[in-house]
Design a protein around this ligand. Structure first.
Ligand code: IPE
Ligand code: IPE
Ligand code: MG
Length: 269
């Protein structure tokens, strides 16, 4: 298995287009409420936004897209809403996975699958197997996922595989067992819907990600909104602990210069 550099141990490569985008898709309920519709109508509409964002990520050359669809805490919602979300997930698995495959997308699901209906688990496994060799975009759906669950399950797997690690281990020993061990850490983290919190999403993996929060509600988050998030990312200077001066002497184009150039362009326009 390829090991991706840990952002706290090594300096990962940084490109203009984020290699990995992770999104908390929030605001479906409020989108529906604003239109005097039931909350679940917002979830249904949210699936359309998912389709648009997947397509936009493929077109922009993003390699990994990770979407938080259902958290380990979302079971606390009213039972009717939970069942609706499960039905929606089942339906999406039945209908969308074939389309993902046609578009060369690799499909993965991360989270504790033990609470899901066996029919859902079966469709997930088939979808993952069908798309395993695809190389255009790796789409990961986080379902019954929690960042703390992830760290604990990684710990259990690591100790089961190497009991001697009980005496001591390094970051890489643990991260090799985290749910997203097949991809690099997110470059860009987006949360729609106005809240500014992680809600137990990727606690370990977001250590050095760039954060972007928007008030746009998930059903209204489209390709143009994604471009605003990517443009914001492109203005950032990712230092990974170093100084701005070090980045300049290493020959990397400093973000401040990128910024100066883009504002000059907009002034000339
Ligand atoms: C996010 O939208 C979708 C899920 C958590 C499944 P919400 O349902 O949380 O929408 P708001 O936050 O209530 O508007
Ligand atoms: C986070 O959204 C989970 C998903 C988007 C799946 P929530 O709406 O459940 O988050 P909190 O509870 O408001 O933090
Ligand atoms: Mg919410």
């Amino acid at each position: 298995m390829t090991l991706f550099p840990s952002s706290t141990q090594e300096i990962p490569p940084v490109g203009e287009v984020p290699r990995h985008i992770a999104i908390i898709m929030d605001g479906n309920g409020r989108w529906a409420k604003k239109r005097f519709m039931p909350r679940v109508a917002g979830h249904k509409r949210g699936v359309e936004a998912v389709r648009e964002i997947i397509k936009a990520c493929v077109e922009r050359g993003v390699s990994y897209l990770t979407l938080f669809a259902f958290s380990s805490e979302n079971w606390r919602r009213p039972q009717e809403e939970v069942s609706f979300l499960m039905q929606l997930f089942l339906r999406a698995l039945e209908v969308e996975v074939a389309k993902l495959h046609e578009n060369g997308i690799r499909f993965r699901v991360v989270g504790d699958l033990s609470r899901f209906d066996p029919q859902i688990v079966d469709l997930i496994q088939r979808g993952e197997a069908l798309t395993a060799g695809n190389t255009s975009l790796t789409l990961t759906i986080a379902a019954n996922y929690g960042g703390r669950w992830d760290i604990l399950q990684a710990m259990e797997k690591m100790l089961a595989a190497n009991p001697e690690k009980r005496g001591g281990f390094a970051e890489a020993d643990l991260s090799a067992h985290l749910a997203l061990n097949y991809g690099p850490e997110p470059d860009l983290f987006i949360r729609t819907g106005g809240e500014q919190r992680i809600s137990n999403f990727l606690l370990w993996q977001l250590a050095y990600s760039e954060f972007y929060f928007t008030d746009t509600l998930w059903p209204e988050f489209d390709a143009a909104a994604l471009d605003l998030a990517i443009a914001s990312y492109q203005q950032r200077e990712r230092r990974f602990g170093r100084t701005s001066e070090q980045l300049q002497s290493d020959g990397a184009t400093p973000r401040s210069e990128v910024q100066a150039r883009s504002s000059a362009t907009s002034e000339n326009a």
